[in-house]
Every structure is written in structure tokens, then in C-alpha cells.
Ligand binder design. Structure first.
Ligand SMILES: Cc1ncc(COP(=O)(O)O)c(C=O)c1O
Length: 403
């Protein structure tokens, strides 16, 4: 990637660019307190990962080092957690929806019989007289819907997924292949959320949403708990761990799980940076306003998993109070970032990513090619940067390698 160059340190420092904003509420001395633990409870996560290890389909996903890229960007280390390998599913979302479906069903059995069941028993169809009446539903840009469909299929439940207009035919086919019904909504992700809520209420279905709203927080929290498994893996894979963490956000569930769990486990905690497409900058805008605010654009972006106009409000105590920086990226940066992963600098491993998967890298490259941004974030040879490749190639074209 010939155009990729670190800023020239000989020049005087201009002011930070408009696409980068500091969080005025972030206090690095703030402990991971009760408000944060309500969002992401760090207790029991190592045990959850160990339990998952007993599942034959489970493999810890790789955390690749990219030393050539780090050198090119003027950084000490860059590592990327490769969720394209998760369960053969192709995205980190596999960890959230399945666990949340299980939690609903096991909770129902507990309530009916006053004892706790386990994953294996529900897989065998035990207590079907309690569990089979549940119909699961969610709105999704694709990946989360596939995870909920997979969970419903595992336990033998009916499932209905609401998709926005832009979700690819491949993603729809992957959801149908897991036995779910699909309703296409004539609108974007937030329109799909509204329609899902309307139909679920009318029909008595159980919503397994990755985003929250007033009075609906418990299930999005259990979805995020599923994501913390990938962070626990990172902690076991990398000592001493990152100094800087770039995470791409849609509603903020992934960022809350990653930032929250690292915040709970590291002292001092790393610097957290939220990356969003410019047209779906709901976190960037919420940071400016100091409370949940809609995106400034129409969320029309190639980064389908990030195409959200509204944040998940339950995540505010972690992201709104704990993320250090918010930044946006342009659509044109997606293909170069995917190609940089697929056709890496010499010596770095090749990684398959999708448009939302590579967005954290696109953000890192943007910062490292802007002197003021690079300095503002405290990057340099001492920095160890963590990225998450949140999805593999799920049918979106990549094009030719850069010359
Ligand atoms: C591949 C991918 N990356 C990142 C995200 C963002 O996750 P969240 O909406 O929890 O912020 C999504 C959400 O669907 C996604 O599918």
C-alpha cells in the first residue's frame, strides 16, 4: 500500500482534525464501578470461556501480530483479533445472540421448576414443554440476526429476523439457512428495529436485540456478555496487552464489551478510541452532546454492521464515560483497509475481513497519517495497538489488490 506513510515529525503541530473528538467526560482515574459493571459484568467471564471450551465447535480465534504494519505506521506493535474465524460463522456476533437465546430459555426453566438447567440439557430438548413456546426475533443488519437464528435453531425454536433494505442477499440466505423466517423492511436498520418491536409486541415474541431502549436492557446486556469472551481470550493471548484500542461501533455493544472488560481488568486501562462511518456517527454526535444523540447522516454506508443512527443507551456508562476519543472514517477508506489486511506488508499474515471488520484499521491508518491526531492520541514507538477484525468476507466484493 504505497500511499501509507506516517506523518512527518519535522513539521509543526496543527490542531486536531474535525473527525477526531476527545471525550470531555472521560476521567482516566474513574474506577470500573457499579454503573459500569451493570453494563459489562466482569465476574465469571473466565469461567464462561472455559465452559465454551468444552463445546466441540469452539476454537480460540487468533490474535495476529502485524509487525511490518506497526513499523510503517510508527508504532511499537499492532495486533488484530481475527473474528472472521469465530465458530466457522465469520463474525464475533456468534458469541452474542446464541448466549442470549440460551439465557432466556434457561431462565424460563429456572422460573418454572426452581432449578437451573444447562446448555447440554437444552440442546437435548429437555424441558421442551417450557422452552418450545418461545418465538425469537430481532432486527439486524445481518450478522446478529444470523447468530440469533443459529441459537433458535440449536434449541428448536421458531425465529423471525427483520432485515433493512441494504442487507446483502448472501446474509439473508445465511439467516434462512439457519431455519429462520426473514422479513425485509423498506428502510434502514433503525426502521427494522421499530418494525420488529411492533410485531413482537403484537404477537408475543421474545426480542433478542443487541441494542437497548428504555425498559429493555437485560437481553442486550447478555448479548454483550457473550462478546466479553473474545476479550478474555485477548487477555490470555497478549501480555502485557494493549496501550491503545480502536473499536468500530454500530450501536456500541462490541465497543462496550471490549472497553468495559479491559477497563475492569487493566490498571492503568488502555486508551479507548471509537471508530464510526461518517454517515452513521451516532456515538460521535452523542459525545458532542453529552447524551444519546442521533447520527448526523442517514447511515448509508458500505459498513453494514455499523449502519446505525442511534446508540444503545445502556452502554453509556462504559462508552459515554470511558471512551477517550471518538472518530469517523470515510467510505473510501474501507477498500484500502480490507486490501491491506488481505495483501499485507511483507512478513505480516494475510487476513480476510469484511467492510465493517476492517473499520478499526481504517481508523488507525487515518490517525497515523495525521500528525495532530497521532500526537493527540499519544501514539508512537511505545504504543501497542489492539484492533478487532469483527467479520470476515461475507459476500461483499473486495476488488483487486493495491499495486
Ligand atoms: C461485523 C460487525 N462489526 C461491528 C459491529 C458493531 O457492533 P455494535 O453494533 O455492537 O457496535 C457489527 C454489528 O452488527 C458487525 O456486524
Amino acid at each position: 500500500m504505497g500511499t501509507l506513510a506516517c506523518y512527518d515529525p519535522g513539521m509543526t503541530t496543527p490542531s486536531p482534525p474535525a473527525w477526531l473528538a476527545k471525550n470531555p467526560r472521560a476521567d482516566r482515574a474513574l474506577p470500573f464501578g457499579r454503573a459500569q459493571q451493570f453494563v459489562v459484568n466482569p465476574n465469571g467471564v473466565p469461567e464462561l470461556l472455559d465452559e465454551l471450551g468444552q463445546c466441540p465447535a469452539h476454537r480460540v480465534t487468533p490474535l495476529h501480530a502485524l509487525p511490518a504494519l506497526a513499523a510503517r505506521l510508527g508504532l511499537g506493535e499492532v495486533r488484530i483479533k481475527d473474528e472472521s474465524q469465530r465458530f466457522g460463522f465469520g463474525a464475533f456476533k456468534a458469541l452474542g445472540g446464541v448466549l442470549a437465546v440460551y439465557n432466556v430459555l434457561s431462565g424460563a426453566v429456572g422460573e418454572a421448576y426452581h432449578f437451573s438447567t444447562d446448555f447440554a440439557a437444552l440442546l437435548r430438548g429437555a424441558h421442551a414443554e417450557v422452552t418450545s413456546k418461545y418465538v425469537f426475533t430481532t432486527a439486524s443488519s445481518g450478522n446478529h440476526g444470523r447468530s440469533v437464528a443459529a441459537g433458535a435453531k440449536l434449541f428448536g425454536n421458531r425465529c423471525v429476523i427483520f432485515l433493512p433494505k441494504f442487507t446483502s442477499a448472501d446474509k439473508e440466505a445465511a439467516i434462512r439457512a439457519r431455519g429462520a423466517e426473514v422479513v425485509r423492511v423498506d428502510g434502514d436498520y433503525d426502521t427494522a428495529v421499530a418494525e420488529c418491536r411492533r410485531q413482537a409486541e403484537a404477537k408475543g415474541w421474545t426480542i433478542i436485540s443487541d441494542t437497548s431502549w428504555e425498559g429493555y436492557e437485560s437481553i442486550p446486556r447478555s448479548v454483550m456478555r457473550g462478546y466479553t469472551v473474545l476479550v478474555e481470550e485477548i487477555i490470555r493471548q497478549w501480555r502485557p496487552g494493549p496501550t491503545h484500542v480502536f473499536v468500530q461501533a454500530g450501536v456500541g455493544g462490541l465497543a462496550a464489551a471490549v472497553f468495559g472488560y479491559l477497563w475492569a481488568r487493566y490498571e492503568p486501562r488502555p486508551t479507548f478510541i471509537v471508530v464510526e462511518p461518517r454517515s452513521a456517527d451516532c456515538w460521535f454526535q452523542s459525545n458532542q452532546l453529552g447524551k444519546p444523540a442521533p447520527a448526523s447522516g442517514n447511515a448509508d454506508t458500505a459498513m453494514g454492521g455499523l449502519a446505525c443512527r442511534e446508540i444503545s443507551p445502556v452502554t453509556w456508562p462504559v462508552i459515554g464515560l470511558g471512551a477517550d476519543w471518538f472518530m469517523t472514517i470515510e467510505e473510501e477508506s474501507v477498500l484500502p483497509a480490507r486490501r491491506l489486511l488481505a495483501h499485507p506488508l511483507e512478513g505480516d499474515p494475510a487476513i480476510v475481513s469484511g467492510p465493517s471488520g476492517c473499520a478499526g484499521l481504517a481508523g488507525l491508518v487515518r490517525v497515523c497519517t495525521d500528525e495532530a491526531a497521532f500526537k493527540a492520541l499519544g501514539l508512537g514507538k511505545h504504543a501497542r495497538v489492539l484492533l478487532i477484525n469483527s467479520e470476515g468476507d461475507l459476500g461483499e466484493p473486495l476488488g483487486e489488490p493495491l499495486g
